[in-house]
Design a protein around this ligand. Structure first.
Ligand code: SAM
Length: 265
């Protein structure tokens, strides 16, 4: 097996994303939306890819699905295990990489990912793996941040300050229906899209910024990386505050996202 050319990026992502647990409050409601969009039912075998603390996995398990869940971050997996014990449901959590899934071919009825697989640097490898472990006739479904809306643009701003390694695809492209259609290609049929909105409360753009500096992997990494460059860090902060202010209304930031589902041929 050849060495992973993005091993260093993934080690850095694993560390950054380990701070994500407090943000599960915001992904909990959208998790129920994705479970509904994927039409998950009791008895189905489901894989939640890039599961974080397991919000989608637990939602599916609570309605009676048999669920496996995988994430890069062992810290988040630990949270997930505690959540499933508290809810009294079983989820088989595992540490791993969506680009090299440790599951057999065609073993799942449904493969889902909420704001997760989009961060893998090689979309074609990630989607190839998700489709490999899905049975023919099974459902692939995911939620992603479109490039034209707030979160997609915020990630583009972060990428201007900390450019990703050469060859890594920009995550928000996974929020473009045309790109999704092309990436899933002939492997699927019955492709369908639905828009959703996450309302993210904050007392001010600065409160929001401080919150994501402490919890959102790519932003936390950026801030840590610019510790020795206060001028550039301050430029990033004021650019982000100004940008957030444009999307701030009623003590909240509106975050539009896209849900996709399709059937594997
Ligand atoms: C925005 S969080 C979403 C977490 C969770 N799905 C939720 O909705 O709360 C992104 C997640 O993707 C995971 N992730 C990023 N790259 C990954 C990869 N290559 N393989 C597996 N997980 C990955 C991170 O560790 C993180 O938990």
């Amino acid at each position: 097996m050849s060495a992973d050319p993005f091993a260093q990026l993934k080690a850095s992502q694993r560390e950054g994303w380990s701070l994500f647990a407090p943000l599960e409050t915001h992904t909990t409601v959208t998790a129920a939306e994705l479970v509904r969009h994927a039409r998950i039912r009791a008895g189905q075998s489901v894989l939640d890819v890039a599961c974080g603390t397991g919000v989608v996995a637990l939602t599916a398990a609570r309605i009676g699905a048999k669920v496996c869940a995988l994430d890069l971050s062992p810290a988040l997996i630990e949270h997930g295990r505690r959540h499933s014990a508290l809810a009294g449901v079983e989820v088989d959590f595992r540490e791993g990489d969506v680009e090299a899934l440790p599951y057999e071919n065609a073993g799942f009825d449904v493969v889902v990912s909420q704001f997760g697989h989009m961060f893998a640097p090689r979309p074609e490898v990630a989607v190839g793996e998700m489709l490999r472990v899905l049975r023919p006739g099974g459902t692939i479904a995911f939620s992603t941040w479109p490039p034209e809306h707030y979160v997609g643009q915020m990630f583009a701003l972060v990428a201007r300050y900390v450019p990703p390694p050469a060859g890594a695809a920009p995550p928000p492209l996974w929020g473009d229906p045309g790109v999704i259609r092309q990436r899933l290609g002939e492997a699927v049929e019955a492709l369908s899209f639905r828009r959703g909105v996450m309302i993210f409360p904050a007392l001010s753009p600065q409160h929001y910024r401080k919150g994501i500096e402490e919890t959102l992997g790519p932003v936390a990494k950026l801030v840590a990386g610019l510790e020795d460059d206060p001028a550039r860090l301050s430029a990033f902060r004021s650019e982000l505050d100004g940008f957030v202010a444009q999307h701030f209304e009623g003590n909240a930031i509106r975050q539009d996202y896209l849900m996709t589902s399709a059937r594997k041929r």
